[in-house]
Design a protein around this ligand. Structure first.
Ligand code: T5A
Length: 228
């Protein structure tokens, strides 16, 4: 409609270690926001767009592992660049809310925990790819890695699936990951909330909803957050 000004939607990311319950909670929040009449796009990384999904298959099969963590970080970022252009920015511009299962904090935590990467390298990569499209809210689902890996294991066995590239890393890696996500949350309290994900899914969903209500539904949609 000529002259119409649309408000940007909200951008919420879900982060945490393996089996933390991110996909489960993305779906819970998608359903609850939809019931409020809010248009929602639920998506994931790596992936969330056709070209990015091809990069996902390559990465999670471990085919980039031999190239080292810097190359893996670049490939995750290439997938993110496509995902942002194809899915996230258009949805936000339409006024929809975007719920994303993992985003740039996963690159900081996973690729940061894997190797001796210069933190400046990861920061610059993120600046170039993400630009101004930063999440309005990041929910860090925190739990002991042993519990998350056990959940992921049980599901994989039920589906007869193979262990993927990062699940196969040792427990020391998964502990370092947890510490990395908690450090990000501590550094950026205005954006991040740590959620105790060791509780049952209903309790986790209720906690997430209380933060979404307080931080994003308190003000009329369109009056908070920067441009996409
Ligand atoms: N990666 C990703 C990087 O290294 N760098 C990057 O930049 C990015 C973006 C992605 C992999 O890529 C890495 C990280 C990952 O290793 P993925 O398959 O998308 O691979 O893996 P995850 O994101 O880890 O997804 P998971 O499916 O393993 O975990 P979720 O989504 O956290 O958990 P969810 O909801 O699927 O639940 C797992 C199981 O637990 C149950 C569920 O029913 C399910 O069976 N469950 C609960 N059980 C008890 N209590 C609860 N509260 C539960 N919540 C869920």
């Amino acid at each position: 409609m000529p002259g119409e000004t649309r408000s940007r939607g909200r951008f919420i990311t879900f982060e945490g270690g393996e089996g933390a319950g991110k996909s489960t909670q993305v779906e819970r929040l998608r359903s609850r926001l939809s019931q409020r009449g809010i248009g929602v796009v639920a998506t994931r990384e790596p992936g969330g767009a056709p070209r990015a999904e091809r990069i996902r298959s390559f990465l999670l099969a471990g085919r980039a592992k031999a190239l080292g963590p810097a190359a893996e970080a670049i490939l995750f970022s290439a997938a993110r660049n496509d995902h942002l252009d194809t899915t996230i920015r258009p949805a936000l511009a339409r006024g929809q809310w975007v719920l994303c299962d993992r985003f740039s904090d996963s690159t900081r935590a996973y690729q940061g925990a894997l190797g001796d990467l210069d933190p400046t390298f990861l920061t610059r990569l993120e600046e170039v790819v993400v630009g101004a499209t930063r999440p309005d809210l990041t929910l860090v689902l925190d739990l002991p890695p042993e519990l998350g890996l056990a959940r992921a294991d049980a599901r994989r066995q039920a589906r007869s699936e193979a262990t993927d590239r990062f699940e196969a890393e040792d427990i020391g890696f998964h502990r370092a990951l947890r510490a990395a996500f908690l450090a990000i949350a501590e550094e950026e309290p205005a954006r991040c909330v740590v959620i105790d994900a060791s509780r049952d899914a209903d309790a986790v969903a209720a906690d997430i909803w209380s933060h979404v209500e307080a931080r994003l539904l308190g003000a009329p949609v369109g009056e908070a957050g920067d441009g996409a």
